[in-house]
Design a protein around this ligand. Sequence first.
Ligand SMILES: Cc1cc2nc3c(=O)[nH]c(=O)nc-3n(C[C@H](O)[C@H](O)[C@H](O)COP(=O)(O)OP(=O)(O)OC[C@H]3O[C@@H](n4cnc5c(N)ncnc54)[C@H](O)[C@@H]3O)c2cc1C
Length: 383
Amino acid sequence: MESDFDVVIVGAGVVGLAIAASISHNQRTLIIEKNSNFGLESSSHNSEVIHAGIYYPIESNKHLLCIEGNKLLYEWCNRYQVRHKRVGKVVNAINQGDLQNLEDAWHLASESGARVRRLTLNELKEYRKNIAIEDGFFSIDTGILDSVNFLKSLEYFAKQNETFFAYNTFPINIQKNNDNFNIQIKNHDDSEDQITADLIINAAGHGAPQIAAMTGYKINGEDANVPIFKQHVNRGIYYDIVNNKINHSINNLIYPVPINQETMQGYINSSGGLGIHLTKTLDGNLKLGPDAEWLNSDDEMDYINDGKKAKEFYFAGKSILPKLNFEDVTPAHVGYRSRLHTKENQYADFLIWKDKQYIHLGGIESPGLTSSLAIAKKIKNLL
Ligand SMILES: Cc1cc2nc3c(=O)[nH]c(=O)nc-3n(C[C@H](O)[C@H](O)[C@H](O)COP(=O)(O)OP(=O)(O)OC[C@H]3O[C@@H](n4cnc5c(N)ncnc54)[C@H](O)[C@@H]3O)c2cc1C
């Protein structure tokens, strides 16, 4: 008997939506989302940066999908009029002590295939009027976008292709049959339904390990044929800069090079982030962050910035912006990275794993927003 759906996607974040928009023209698709709308978790609590792909180990999923996703995202934004700006990014050695780390970062960036160039002496002189900078390089294709409008455009195209959206709904039981799945779902009014699907795509972000476990997979690497699905949660907090003079004096993203570490990757792996940096917003302002802090469990995700890190952010900001005052920083939003657990703290790449009629997307942290259209293309090719 034919299943109710060809594909059920769990999770309407940017990844689930991009996949739905890409496959639903010839697959009867249902998206199940536990929240009342799309993109209410990581996909709307991030830096909204279109990354260029300069920081990741060459040929890793993050590297390849970010490079391809960057191009696809600019094309998408241009075609469907999603607000965005190719503002570029300065990777900044703030002082002499950062110069070796700058060379490491420059080496990796030059190998990445992304467009990068060293700052000229004249440019350095100009930047020094507003920021502390000893030396640096420029990533040409780093940009910013209106992520909510991007998500809306993806939902629109998925709906045009007659994707069904079940919001306020989540699976409570998944049974694997020989050639399809029975999925028991709980609806917004607490009623339950039973549906069948030929394929499940698990794009549940923080919830991905739980869905994998419900489908019958071991998530801690106990089964040699199944990758580790377990994820660690890492909090990133932002502070806005509320000083128009400072905000309008800078037109790019400014990222300090990682401090006191031999390589970029070692730094990212151990700290969980890229270090507090300056992001330009589409409305012309600047924000500081995100920082990085490991949490013990997903239950600690409350999306609240209690303002207790104001001093820390002020000092981090002041090291880049000498004219910053303490009153200029004010608490902003919070996001949560879902970092894949790896053996012996190896590089945590994006996990895209297919087992017959099940596809798992694990550890889709940054640059997942940038990579989303490339991830969707990859999934389409797997079907
Ligand atoms: C602080 C921070 C900054 C970032 N900055 C950038 C950036 O500047 N550029 C960039 O490219 N990337 C960035 N990222 C990464 C990017 O935000 C993520 O990679 C991306 O949003 C992941 O999308 P997703 O769809 O996989 O996950 P999510 O957006 O989390 O979506 C998963 C969805 O699944 C749903 N779900 C979970 N469990 C269930 C369940 N049991 N049943 C039904 N639904 C379920 C959730 O409600 C959610 O809507 C950042 C991330 C963080 C945390």
